[in-house]
Design a protein around this ligand. Structure first.
Ligand code: NAP
Length: 293
């Protein structure tokens, strides 16, 4: 069994981006980070994104509207960022306060600045295998982890657990693409799937993204499979200062010995998301520069 170390792989992507950005003459790529309200998790996520952007040499603009901002005012703010030629990427930190319609806000972001990859046009571009699209950071991170760990999906049976728009569906579409590193046979499972273990046991590569702590047990995994655990779940643990520990969707201690390769939680898919956000921002910068030349 080999651990796929997301921290190491993300660090090399960040180092590559830093080299590429330092070679740019003139304006640097710029990401606008919009955080509404004071949710502690959102504060920490945005801080991490801001810090990573600074490490790479990207510009970032932090926009902190009050929690009470009206939908129309947030839409206006997005419109202004869309129109601003100095902004290449726009990220609106999720979750938004309950009175705001997140889906409408995500759709408001100009597709060419949608570095989170949540706009329907960008999801559609994955289906069309159009490389100008932006792939959501978590599924993009999964593909990058696989590629950089030497896992070629061609001809393999990939089973994706979960069909969310931000993880399961795009991950399945990416594995299905007719191109190098992908070209897999893909099965997507969800809460309506019958006899899940029979399907998961057929997986050469199992991607678990359901949000159920330690759901995937040893009897559900084929020996020699590659397992990507996307889940981040809190489980009560009185021995921890925080009162909880983080765990994935896979029961790591029983599944890991069976596998060829597996991602840990934390330290697997998680660190990749910020790296992919930065990669998308640099891509947006280049695509927008080409478009205005
Ligand atoms: P989500 O939107 O809640 O979707 C969960 C999916 O799993 C749904 O398609 C659901 O099926 C399916 N599901 C739930 N229970 C199931 C069961 N018992 N059997 C089979 N399928 C089941 O979650 P998400 O946003 O995709 O996130 C999934 C997990 O990944 C969460 O733990 C989340 O915290 C984590 N995550 C991690 C990262 C990262 O950076 N590492 C990023 C994003 C998410 P239905 O469609 O039928 O309801």
């Amino acid at each position: 069994m080999e651990l796929i170390d997301g921290n190491v792989i993300a660090a090399s992507i960040i180092a590559e981006l830093k080299t590429a950005v330092s070679a740019l003459a003139g304006r640097k790529p710029c990401i606008a980070l919009v955080r509404v309200g004071e949710d502690p998790a959102s504060i920490s996520y945005v801080r991490k994104k801001e810090k990573t952007a600074a490490d790479i040499g990207l510009e970032s603009r932090i926009i902190l509207p009050p929690v009470s901002i009206a939908q129309t005012d947030l839409e206006k703010l997005i419109d202004d960022l869309n129109a601003d030629p100095a902004v290449d990427g726009i990220l609106v930190q999720s979750p938004l306060p309950k009175h705001l319609d997140e889906r409408t806000i995500f759709r408001r972001i100009a597709p060419e600045k949608d570095v989170d990859g949540f706009h329907p046009l960008n999801l559609g571009k994955i289906a069309q295998e159009d490389p100008t699209g932006f792939v959501a950071c978590t599924p993009a991170g999964i593909m990058e982890l696989l590629a950089r760990s030497g896992v070629d999906l061609a001809g393999k049976h990939v089973v994706v657990l979960g069909r969310s728009l931000i993880v399961g569906k795009p991950a399945a579409l990416l594995a299905l693409q007719k191109k190098a590193g992908a070209n897999a046979t893909v099965t997507i499972c969800h809460s309506g799937t019958r006899d899940l273990p029979t399907l998961t046991r057929q997986a050469d590569v199992l991607i678990a993204a359901i949000g159920r702590a330690e759901f995937v047990t040893a009897d559900m995994v084929k020996p020699g499979a590659v397992v990507i655990d996307v889940g981040i779940n809190r489980v009560a643990d009185a021995s921890k200062k925080t009162g909880y520990r983080l765990t994935g969707d896979v029961h790591f201690s029983s599944v890991a010995p069976l596998t060829e390769k597996i991602t840990p939680v934390p330290g697997g898919v998680g660190p990749m998301t910020v790296a992919m956000l930065m990669q998308n921002t640099v891509k947006a910068f280049h695509q927008r520069s080409r478009a205005t030349r």
